[in-house]
Ligand binder design. Structure first.
Ligand code: NAG
Ligand code: NAG
Ligand code: NAG
Length: 375
C-alpha cells in the first residue's frame, strides 16, 4: 500500500496549467498602425500556451507572427492559400501529420512541453454573413423562422452547416472518442451568440428576443463539449462576456448614430479531463478608441480576445460518450451538401520562426492531408 503513495504523488505532479487564447486579428492588423507588431505584443502580454487565430489574410501572416513572437513559437494556418483565415500559434510543439481541416476551420495536435500531455486543438471562424443579432433588432422581423434563415440558409452554407460539418467530421469524431486521454478544444469566432445566452431573463436586452442560437447548441448537444466561460459564469445576465465589439460601437452609415448590438460571439469549448479555472474577454490595458479613430489603439482588433485558463488534470479512464447524430432539424438540402467536405485536399506547413529566418520552413508529411489523421 505504502509503495503506491510515491506513484500517486508522481501522477499529480504531471498536471499543469494550460492557457488558451482565441483572437480574431481583424484583417491581420490592417486597421491599426503597426498592426502586426501590436498583435504579437498583445499575445506576448497574455503569454498563452496556444492561440486560435481568425482573419489570417495571407500565408505570410503566421510566418511574420512567429518571427515577432520569438524562437519557441511555431504556427500553422488553414491550407487555403487564397485566404487561410484560421491559424494556430503555440510555444509548445505542433505534432507533424496531425493537420486536419474543415471549410471553416483547422486542427492540429499539440504536445505540451515538459509533460506527457497532448491536446487536440481547433481554430474556427464561422460564416460572417446574415449576422443574427441584426435580424433581431429589425422590427420587421417577427418570427424565429426569419432569424433561422440567416443561420441555416438554403442557398449557401451558413453557420449551422459550418458547425454540422465539424461535428460530423470523422477526425473530429475520433478525437472526441479519445478526449479522456487527449482533451479536445474548439476555439474561435463563431459570428453568432450562444444558445445559453439569449434567455428569457435578458430578453429585454436582445431586441425582445429569447433565441436558441444553433451553432453552440449543435456543438454542445452532439459532441458533449462545454463552453468554458459559461461553465464558470452560468448567469448571462450577470456576466454577458461581450466580445463584439471593442471599437465597432456605431454603424458607419447614418453617421455613427445607430448603435451596434453587443454580444459574446468568441468561444473556447472543451471536452476532456481538464477544468477551466478562469475565463474572460481581453482587449489589452489601453483605451479603445472607436472606429473611425481606432488607428492609434494598442489593441489591434475589433473583437475582444477570449482567454481560458485550464488546470490540466491527470488522464481519466472514464469511458467517453460518443458524438451523437445532429438533430434532423439542422439538416437541410444545403446542409447535406456541406456534410460532404467540399474543400479539396491540400498541404499545410508547420511554420517555425527560427527555421524561417534561414529561409526554409518545416513541411508536414502527406499524412497531414485532410482525412488521414493518425488516429
Ligand atoms: C510579412 O513580412 C514581410 C517582410 O517584412 C513583408 O514583406 C510582408 O508584407 C509581411 N506580411 C504581412 C501580411 O504583414
Ligand atoms: C525555448 O525552449 C527551450 C527548449 O525547450 C527552453 O530551454 C527555453 O527556455 C525556451 N525559451 C523560452 C523563451 O521560453
Ligand atoms: C479559399 O478561400 C476562398 C475565400 O474564402 C474561397 O473562395 C475558395 O473557394 C477557397 N478555396 C478552396 C480551395 O477551398
Amino acid at each position: 500500500m505504502i509503495l503506491f503513495i510515491p506513484y500517486l504523488i508522481c501522477l499529480v505532479g504531471t498536471s499543469s496549467a494550460l492557457k488558451v487564447m482565441t483572437f480574431n486579428i481583424w484583417l491581420s492588423g490592417a486597421e491599426v498602425t503597426n498592426g502586426m507588431e501590436k498583435i504579437a505584443k498583445q499575445i506576448q502580454n497574455v503569454n498563452p500556451d496556444v492561440v486560435a487565430l481568425q482573419e489570417v489574410e495571407s500565408p505570410d501572416v503566421v510566418t511574420n507572427l512567429t518571427l515577432l513572437l520569438g524562437d519557441n513559437w511555431s504556427g500553422v494556418h488553414h491550407c487555403n492559400s487564397t485566404y487561410p483565415d484560421t491559424g494556430i500559434l503555440t510555444k509548445h510543439t505542433i505534432i507533424p501529420g496531425t493537420y486536419v481541416h474543415v471549410d471553416y476551420g483547422m486542427h492540429v495536435k499539440i504536445q505540451l512541453l515538459d509533460t506527457k500531455r497532448q491536446i487536440s486543438f481547433w481554430s474556427m471562424h464561422l460564416d460572417y454573413r446574415s449576422y443574427g443579432p441584426y435580424a433581431c433588432y429589425n422590427k420587421l422581423v417577427n418570427s424565429e423562422k426569419q432569424i433561422m434563415a440567416g443561420e441555416m440558409p438554403t442557398t449557401c452554407t451558413g453557420r449551422v452547416q459550418n458547425m454540422v460539418q465539424l461535428v460530423t467530421n470523422q477526425n473530429f469524431i475520433n478525437q472526441i472518442s479519445k478526449s479522456n486521454v487527449v482533451p479536445v478544444i474548439v476555439a474561435g469566432d463563431f459570428n453568432v451568440p450562444s444558445d445559453e445566452d439569449w434567455t428569457e431573463a435578458n430578453r429585454a436586452e436582445h431586441g425582445g428576443w429569447a433565441f436558441e442560437w444553433p451553432a453552440t447548441k449543435i456543438l454542445r448537444d452532439s459532441s458533449g463539449m462545454k463552453d468554458s466561460f459559461r461553465e464558470l459564469h452560468p448567469d448571462p445576465l450577470a456576466d454577458p462576456g461581450i466580445t463584439w465589439s471593442t471599437v465597432n460601437k456605431f454603424e458607419k452609415e447614418w453617421d455613427y448614430t445607430i448603435p451596434e448590438p453587443e454580444d459574446r460571439i468568441d468561444f473556447i469549448f472543451y471536452r476532456g479531463p481538464l477544468r477551466p479555472t478562469s475565463s474572460f474577454p481581453y482587449a489589452g490595458t489601453g483605451p479603445l478608441t472607436p472606429i473611425p479613430h481606432q488607428w492609434g489603439n494598442e489593441w489591434p482588433s475589433d473583437h475582444y480576445a477570449f482567454i481560458t485558463e485550464f488546470q490540466d488534470l491527470p488522464v481519466s479512464d472514464d469511458p467517453v460518450d460518443p458524438v451523437k447524430s445532429v438533430d434532423r432539424k439542422y439538416i437541410n438540402r444545403h446542409g447535406r451538401d456541406a456534410l460532404r467536405v467540399a474543400t479539396p485536399q491540400c498541404n499545410a506547413e508547420i511554420i517555425d520562426g527560427s527555421e524561417e529566418r534561414q529561409g526554409r520552413s518545416l513541411s508536414l508529411s502527406g499524412e497531414g492531408q485532410h482525412g488521414s489523421e493518425v488516429k
